[in-house]
Design a binder for this molecule. Structure first.
Ligand code: ADP
Length: 385
């Protein structure tokens, strides 16, 4: 109910209750009065009712003759005043209490929030306006709680990341050293073996390079220190070159790579180094989170809606629909068991870079085990080349 309506209701109660009670009491008193006192002695005609002088004179004469009637009238007056005071006080009490209670609760809730306690619920109120205020307040509390939990999660993930980074960097470094020792000791005694050793060293060095790049970009993005050097370039040409650079790496892992890049020139505003990072992160994920049976990655692009849509689709482990929107948060990892290594930074960095290009990025998946598609949209620019 609206505050205005409820207050009007209380005012009506405040008016009607004493009138009714006083009315009933007065009727009772009148009956007793008539029975107890000789009212016929009251010599009041209809005409004298309109004349105050005659009327008060007649009353005075009556009360002179019946002094107990004065006491009786006094008792009636006291009871009426008492009824008036009690009903007004009781109604006023309930009226104030009904608005005071939720306001006190809100003040208590604000104090709890100030003291860092967010585990309570702000109850509603009978008043629509106050109820709305209570639910907004409770919404704010839930949001604060969520942000606090998120912050706590991020902090623990940050600490975990620091612990993991040293381990993740140490592993490829150890194996690089192992392979170098192998070469030095003459274990790589044939050109094929030597090539295999060098390829492995190169792959491990790339892993470290990617990790360090992501970390450095993440900290620069966090501090807003990442500078962009934009130029106009054909994204389709870039993608064809990118795929060729990656093809060997991917196919060596037994993954089938399919390409369907638009033949037209799709001119976009581009910082080549940063966009390379975007697609490296996406393709690295498609490789990392591939399925066991017939892994496949397909990269395609189409021009539509004034821009270019680039799709990187894999048939890998997929992502639960409830978690798909969290993957862009820093340090977020769907599988926290670290069965597959990662920092939880790659997609967040990629998304921020795409947005700095005026584009958008999102992920689609039909669910766990059903593959994933990363979609990048970059707006086309109108410039003749
Ligand atoms: P990470 O270094 O952990 O891969 P990302 O930010 O790149 O960090 O990805 C965040 C999380 O999103 C990953 O930990 C993974 O759980 C999920 N993810 C990203 N890409 C894919 C994919 N292609 N298939 C399945 N899961 C993915």
């Amino acid at each position: 109910m609206k505050i205005r309506n409820k207050f009007a209701f209380y005012n009506i109660i405040m008016l009607i209750t004493p009138i009714l009670l006083i009315g009933v009491i007065s009727v009772c008193f009148l009956i007793i009065f008539i029975m107890k006192f000789p009212v016929e002695e009251l010599n009041i005609s209809r005409a004298s009712l309109l004349d105050p002088y005659v009327f008060s004179k007649a009353l005075g004469e009556f009360f002179d003759g019946n002094p107990e009637a004065i006491v009786y009238m006094l008792i009636w007056s006291v009871i009426c005043i008492f009824i008036l005071i009690v009903t007004i006080s009781v109604t006023a009490y309930f009226m104030t209490r009904s608005i005071e209670k939720p306001i006190k609760e809100l003040a208590k809730a604000a104090d709890s929030i100030k003291n860092g306690n967010l585990d309570f619920e702000v109850m509603g109120s009978d008043y629509d306006e106050v109820d709305k205020l209570c639910s907004s307040f409770d919404g704010m509390r839930c949001e604060l709680k969520r942000a606090k939990e998120q912050e706590k999660y991020m902090q623990s993930e940050r600490s975990m990341l620091l612990a993991n980074i040293s381990h993740d960097i140490k592993t490829p470094v150890t194996s690089i050293r192992g392979y170098i020792d192998g070469i030095r000791d003459g274990i790589a005694d044939t050109p094929e073996k030597m090539n295999r050793y060098l390829d492995t060293i190169s792959a491990k060095a790339k892993t470290i390079d990617d990790m360090v790049n992501n970390l450095s970009m993440f900290s620069k993005l966090e501090l807003s220190r990442l500078t962009f050097e934009f130029e106009f370039g054909d994204i389709n040409e870039f993608l064809r070159n990118f795929i060729e650079d990656y093809r060997l790496d991917i196919e060596e892992k037994g993954i089938r790579l399919e390409e369907n890049i638009g033949k037209n020139c799709a001119l976009v505003k581009i910082d080549y180094e940063k966009i390379s990072r975007v697609f490296s992160n996406i393709v690295d994920n498609a490789v990392k989170y591939r399925g066991e049976k017939n892994p496949e990655i397909s990269i395609s692009s189409i021009t539509a809606d004034g821009g270019v849509y680039i799709y990187v689709t894999d048939n890998g482990i997929g992502i639960d629909s409830e978690k798909i929107n969290n993957v862009f948060e820093s340090f977020y990892r769907v599988d926290t068991s670290r069965s597959i290594k990662g920092s939880g930074l790659g997609l967040g960095i990629a998304k921020q870079i795409v947005e700095k290009h005026g584009g958008r990025m999102w992920l689609k998946s039909d669910g766990v085990g059903k593959g994933t598609t990363a979609v990048v949209y970059l707006p086309l620019v109108n410039k003749e080349i």
